[in-house]
Design a protein. Structure first.
Length: 256
């Protein structure tokens, strides 16, 4: 089977994103980084062995040969507006809502285009596909991005991409063989590189990272739920977001 070039996929995704971003009136920081990895890569199985609730790509699309992950970078204005105070900025919450809609629509259109090229393909929802009791999901865009080579994890558990960690992520599974992205050869997170930072951890209003695998992630989820309810009428949407651990960092907008 002929291999589809990564440049071809990037052009397709960013072309569709440009259309939707223009309609939104928001200055998302395009072009979006895009990465791909073969479903036969051993890291997919290793990921499942560590997080058994996350499905292998072939459990979702049995014929899948490639996973494509793209990052829609939030605007610099949203990031800057979310630095001060403990309350998330309206701009950050708005871009969370609009960004999710854009990712969902573009994901569907990319999958449809790949199907037109003759390859079974599906897009995975950008969010809200998790169990609220255990806070586990059958798919993680962040972990998929890591496997595909889109970036490395920060202390805030966010994926640091070439456009930083202030991004929203989308995934497409396809039976097409897509050219793979080289993985980063070093950590992007300053702290993990041995350079003192840890700003993201200190910025969390509920100190969630002090015990993330215990009560921390539940404190985070509780805060996000409260925010979504409080701002629902203002935003006309359910924005369960905060972003304080992604704003005002050396890695917010770029690789530090």
């Amino acid at each position: 089977m002929a291999k589809i070039s990564l440049d071809e996929v990037r052009e397709l995704i960013n072309g569709l994103l440009e259309e939707e971003v223009l309609r939104s009136g928001i200055r998302f920081r395009l072009p979006a980084p895009v990465a791909s990895r073969n479903t036969g890569d051993v890291l997919w199985s290793r990921l499942k062995s560590v997080h058994p609730w996350i499905k292998h790509p072939r459990e979702i699309l049995p014929a899948a040969r490639s996973v494509i992950v793209f990052a829609l970078p939030l605007s610099a204005e949203a990031v800057e507006s979310n630095v001060e105070g403990e309350e998330p900025s309206i701009q950050w919450l708005k871009e969370y809502l609009v960004g999710n809609k854009i990712i969902e629509k573009v994901g569907r259109r990319v999958a449809e285009e790949l199907r037109n090229w003759g390859f079974k393909s599906i897009a995975i929802m950008p969010t809200h596909n998790f169990d609220v009791r255990s806070l586990t999901a059958s798919w993680s865009h962040r972990h998929a991005g890591y496997v595909c080579g889109l970036g490395t994890f920060g202390l805030n558990n966010m994926l640091i991409t070439p456009k930083g960690c202030a991004v929203r992520l989308g995934t497409i599974l396809t039976e097409a063989v897509v050219e793979e992205t080289p993985r980063p050869i070093s950590e992007y997170c300053l702290e993990k590189k041995g350079i003192s930072c840890g700003i993201c951890v200190r910025r969390c209003p509920v100190s969630a990272f002090s015990a993330w695998e215990g009560s921390g992630k539940f404190r985070c989820f509780s805060r996000l739920t409260e925010i979504a309810i409080r701002y629902y009428k203002v935003l006309h949407g359910y924005a369960d977001a905060c972003g304080k651990c992604c704003a005002g960092l050396p890695c917010s907008l770029r690789i530090p």
